[in-house]
Ligand binder design. Structure first.
Ligand code: FA5
Length: 340
């Protein structure tokens, strides 16, 4: 195992040394130390070793992990320094240049998209509701029928403030808050920031935005959910946009589904961005509200049914504007921002 780890450190170090930008470095971090990374996989396999080999293997893998982590950090600092020096050299300021004194800022792409989404749903008769980014374990998990051992509850997935309070990892906690108000029927959307300990890559960010939708009334059916989703997709992306449903599992809905649309980069022909499938990354998850969730909020599940879904606002913006990397939305590059 020692030789295997040394070879891994060598391979990682060479790749890290060769990297010239922070994106490549992020990708290397995911490759080696991410949830499915090479070193993380080795850690997961320790349990399969004979008992007498476990302590030594654990120690060696931790050392390897630390070594690669340090090399990534060192290279990150070096790259930052090189980029800064390059910037200082290239970006000389001409103080005599004529510039627009009155140029003003505007809403970011994400806020524009969020406003557009809210308007579409308002036109369909939904109320717009706001809620806190810090919420309770009860609202985020317990009352949403999440089993105690659900992976999303773990410290490695979710940012806890204390045992009972956390940065919400999804806007679904707003379902509980609204149902607990005790007013029926419900037809609401609620958008805002959410936080997860996700590795950064082209389609994932640790802070992103969701819009939650909840309808509860008598006789609400899966057909109503489909009609709402199909109307929304047409309003947002135009009549030509294709969508597909995939079955999924969420503890708070049954049955559950996910939705993708035509790949915005190739228009469905197949390209590297969509791994030649012709479909976008997953845009939203939803389903029929689980009877346990209704009962947890004091709603009679024999009389009332509901549907809910949660969509990724950042990913909606990516599809709308044909962006192939979510990081563009957060980089604050003026050349990008000014295009919107
Ligand atoms: C949820 O968060 C569920 N709460 C959605 C839901 C609501 C299901 C109501 C049923 C009823 P999921 O983890 O799949 O599900 O996230 C929903 C959407 O958020 C995804 O489809 C995706 O568009 C977006 N998303 C998820 N993780 C990230 C991330 N790290 N970065 C950017 N967008 C993300």
């Amino acid at each position: 195992m020692k030789e295997q780890l040394e070879a891994l450190v060598k391979k990682a170090s060479e790749a890290i040394e060769k990297s010239e930008d922070l994106k490549t470095l992020d990708d290397l971090r995911v490759k080696y130390l991410g949830k499915k990374g090479e070193i993380t996989s080795l850690k997961k396999n320790i349990s399969k070793l004979p008992n007498d080999q476990k302590p030594m293997a654990g120690k060696l893998i931790n050392q390897t992990s630390k070594e690669v982590e340090n090399k990534l950090e060192d290279r990150k600092e070096e790259i930052k320094k090189i980029l800064l020096e390059k910037k200082v050299k290239e970006e000389k300021i001409d103080v005599t240049a004529n510039f627009d004194l009155y140029s003003s800022g505007h809403l970011s792409v994400i806020n524009q998209t969020m406003a557009e989404l809210e308007e579409i749903f308002q036109n369909m008769g939904f109320d717009v509701v706001e809620g806190p980014e810090i919420d309770t374990v009860k609202n985020v998990f317990d009352d949403l029928n999440s089993p105690k051992n659900h992976p999303s509850r773990s410290l490695s997935d979710t940012f806890y403030i204390n045992e009972n309070t956390l940065l919400r990892p999804h806007t679904s906690s707003m379902q509980i808050r609204v149902m607990n108000e005790g007013k029926l029927p419900i037809k609401m959307v609620s958008a805002g920031r959410v936080f997860r300990n996700d590795e950064v890559d082209a389609t994932h960010s640790p802070m992103f935005h969701q819009l939650e939708c909840l309808v509860v009334d008598e006789n609400v059916s899966l057909a109503n959910l489909k009609a709402t989703l199909e109307t929304f997709i047409k309003e947002m992306f135009g009549d030509e946009m294709k969508m597909r449903y995939r079955p999924h599992h969420f503890p708070f809905t049954e049955p559950s589904l996910e939705v993708d649309v035509t790949c915005p980069i190739c228009g469905g022909k197949g390209c590297p961005a969509c791994s030649n499938t012709g479909w976008s990354m997953e845009l939203l998850g939803g389903g029929m509200v689980h009877p346990n969730v209704l009962e947890n909020c004091g709603i009679d599940s024999e009389k009332y049914t509901g549907f809910a879904f949660g969509l990724g606002v950042d990913r909606i913006a990516m599809v709308k504007y044909g962006l192939d990397d979510i990081r563009l939305l957060f980089d604050n590059d003026k050349r990008f921002i000014e295009q919107f």
